[in-house]
Design a protein around this ligand. Sequence first.
Ligand code: HEM
Length: 428
Amino acid sequence: MTKPILPGEVAAAVVDPVAYGTWDGLHQQLAWARANAPLAVAENPDHDPFWLVTRHADVMAIGRDPQRFANAVRPTVLTNRDGEALARAATPGNDGHLIRSLVQMDAPDHMKYRLLTQSWFMPKNLKQVEDRIRQIARETVDKLLATGGECDFARDVAAHYPLHVVMDILGVPPEDEPRMLMLTQQLFGSTDPDLNRSREAITSAEQAIAMLHYVIADFENYFRELTADRRANPRQDIATVIANATIDGGQIPDRELAGYYMIIATAGHDTTSASTAGAIMELAKNPALFERFRAADSDKAGLIEEAIRWTTPVQHFMRTARADVEIGGQQIREGDWLMLNYVSANRDEAVFGDAFAFDPDRAKNQQIAFGFGAHVCLGQHLARMEMRIMMEELLPRLKKLELAGEPARVESVFVGGLKRLPIRFEAA
Ligand code: HEM
């Protein structure tokens, strides 16, 4: 069976940060792929070829089969050829993972590490932190209202709230949050000249790796001190759980320890802030929807689920085939690299009626923004809870909400969403 090859413009769009920033054109390319070549190879000059997986059903099938579709073998986030070679040269055992967190692990390590904190992130346990999160949400809303009627919701509000929550839960004190925010944006938004460390366009893989090394070293130094402190003075936070956990009877090795903190510290805020800002953008555009959801007793669940589908903050993850396997009618070979494109899967017309409409009343919203299978987002219940609490605290305190300018999206192939959302509002 010969491999289907994607047209050059589709292949180019899915690796282009600017396409994710402009968004509409990217959706046209992805819709074409879903209809004509849902599982086909993207060939680009700077990247190794990879299968672009655009259908919801295929993303699910791959997620549910971690034995054959692995995370540890090759980069889990799209990396160009030079970048992967440099990362391999710069990592222990040439494994190419600058960070070794849950995301870069396969069985048996993955589940051992995941189980250390999994119960902490379950809804039952999260009830214990609900009051604290509500307090953070109220303080955030107070600050928003104090801006006097106009602000950039993405920058001034959404960027801070999930960060406060995740740092509070992790055990990072408020005075260190700006450093964490900057480092996360540098880690994830490193292709966006507005967000990366040098504030310049990154033009070479060497530059990108050098910048990431700085960012990771900063994180590691910080968490080394936190670990020492929590081993000496345990508290009720996740840092204490991680610092004192044992794996196979010993302490967690330094690299995995830093990776664990980093994934919790970073995975939870740009993502949740993107979907929170996405919800506010749609409410600001649609007065009837805003009126409905600002009623204190309105059920916010549908709004939240749809905002997560609509924004799809994590735009892709990569997998590598460990064996020959047939999927979606295509023959995948051992060693092949695959891009699970969540942006596409969340607009799949076969699953979502009127996929390009924002509809909080979808009967059964099967959004796949949190992934699927063994690696499904550890923080998904926390993310939903944070968004619900923010909507409950914010919307009833507003009388009017509208856009005050053009929103802008992050230029990144990995974690995306709004970097600018100018709004105008009146307090209730
Ligand atoms: C709307 C917000 C969020 C979105 C869209 C999101 C999305 C994702 C996705 C797509 C994955 C990979 C799933 C896969 O490979 O199948 C993931 C993994 C993960 N997420 Fe989230 N996430 C969000 C919020 C959070 C929060 C609040 C936390 C916790 C602080 C968190 C922690 C994690 C962790 C630790 C993993 C790695 C799990 C593993 O590999 O076993 N995420 N997330």
